[in-house]
Design a protein around this ligand. Structure first.
Ligand SMILES: *Cc1c(COP(=O)(O)O)cnc(C)c1O
Length: 383
């Protein structure tokens, strides 16, 4: 136990999830693991090391991020391979992206012109991927009219730029019904077919559309590349795409007290003891990413038993009712997400209880929590 509270990351499970995505996408597909937002909160340096250990150079096409600063961080970590920046960058960040040797996703002609200007300045031929909007509506060239905008891009790029890839992004690939995703893929294909061929005819553009859900449930739609995120980190990507758990959230019981019937708990005194009770104060709160919305139905595991969260979750503390676990002691590790003995609290279950999604739970895990990397194989065997 390293701290008052911490995040445990099961490296072996993450690597098995990554391998499952790669296997589903097929032998010809390579992978762009999405490491944006500090690898969904798990720690980008460690996750970079894991994906490099799991995938061969040929299997690992690039690392995916959302922000130019995240690409710069990967360079500082010593990653010299491709970095694709998927979110549109504010105009003034493109020169920085060029200096760091990043590959942006571009969504309009203005950005293509700015990227060409950056190439002229740096004196290097710069690569980019064109995003095609097939219904996500937040970025990309419209899927219709590809012949016209494709030709316009080609005019801007000249010899300055390498139009390396084309991709789209799905809005509902984790839903039970996959017809809307199939329709987005159809639009993507239609758009690609209308694009002018690469100039010298020798270069084949890299085509990709699949997030975790489409990689696992639709075998990546036969794309050259798949772009998994949440599945690697243990979040469900829809029916038939449930990964192994990767993340555990633990906090120590800092204090155990007996309280009389009628005693109240937390801001707003929303909870009142209905009998003499034993309460445990956990050293974790919403500043650590434990969502206040969990208070109504949230639970923790203490000594392998389920105990309810009572009262409101504070910034730094959370109270659980330990009356049914009389052997609990200050110093025990409580589990808010993950397994303890025969019991388990799932990431997706916590997200549902908090009225959100696994992505928001993971990326909301506080910077105050150390990330601890374990090989869970043995622990699971012991359990
Ligand atoms: C975040 C992101 C992904 C990964 O999505 P998951 O649902 O986490 O697998 C893939 N592609 C793009 C463009 C993204 O921004």
């Amino acid at each position: 136990m390293v701290s008052r509270a911490w995040v445990e990351v099961d490296e072996a499970a993450l690597r098995r999830n990554l391998r499952r995505v790669k296997d589903a996408a097929g032998p010809d597909a390579s992978v762009v693991p999405m490491l944006k937002a500090n690898a969904y909160g798990l720690g980008v340096a460690a996750v970079l090391r894991m994906v490099r250990a799991e995938l061969s150079g040929r299997e690992l096409f690039a690392i995916g991020v959302a922000a130019v600063a995240e690409g710069e961080e990967l360079r500082a970590l010593g990653w010299t391979g491709r970095v694709v920046v998927f979110a549109p960058a504010p105009p003034d960040e493109l020169p920085r992206a060029a200096r760091a040797g990043l590959t942006p996703a571009l969504s309009d002609l203005d950005s293509v012109r700015r990227w060409a200007a950056a190439a002229r300045e740096t004196g290097r031929r710069l690569a980019f991927h064109a995003e095609i909007d097939t219904g996500m509506g937040r970025a990309g060239f419209p899927y219709a009219g590809a012949a016209a905008w494709g030709a316009a891009i080609a005019r801007e790029t000249g010899d300055l730029l390498e139009w390396e890839g084309c991709f789209t992004h799905f809005h509902s690939a984790d839903e039970p019904e996959l017809a809307p995703t199939d329709e987005q893929q159809r639009r993507f294909r239609e758009s690609l077919a209308a694009l002018p061929a690469p100039g010298d005819g020798s270069v084949r553009r890299v085509i990709h559309s699949a997030n975790s859900a489409a990689a696992v449930r639709r075998n990546g739609y036969g794309g050259d590349v798949v772009r998994p995120g949440i599945f690697l980190y243990g979040g469900s990507a829809g029916p038939g795409a449930v990964p192994e758990p990767v993340v555990s959230l633990r906090a120590r019981v800092a204090l155990v007290r007996d309280v009389p019937a009628g005693w109240t708990c937390g801001y707003g005194a929303t909870y009142t003891a209905s009998r003499p009770e034993r309460w445990g104060t956990l050293a974790i709160g919403y500043a650590d990413g434990l969502r206040r919305a969990l208070a109504a139905q949230g639970e923790a595991l203490v000594r392998g038993r389920r105990v309810p969260i009572i009262g409101r979750i504070s910034m730094d503390m959370t109270v659980v009712d330990l009356t049914e676990v009389p052997e609990a002691r200050a110093g025990d590790a409580a589990t808010l997400i993950g397994r303890d003995g025969g019991e388990e609290i799932g990431l997706d279950q916590v997200a549902a209880q908090a009225g959100t999604i696994s992505y928001e739970i993971l990326t909301g895990l506080g910077t105050r929590l150390p990330r601890v990397y374990v090989d869970g194989t043995r622990a699971h065997r012991d359990a």
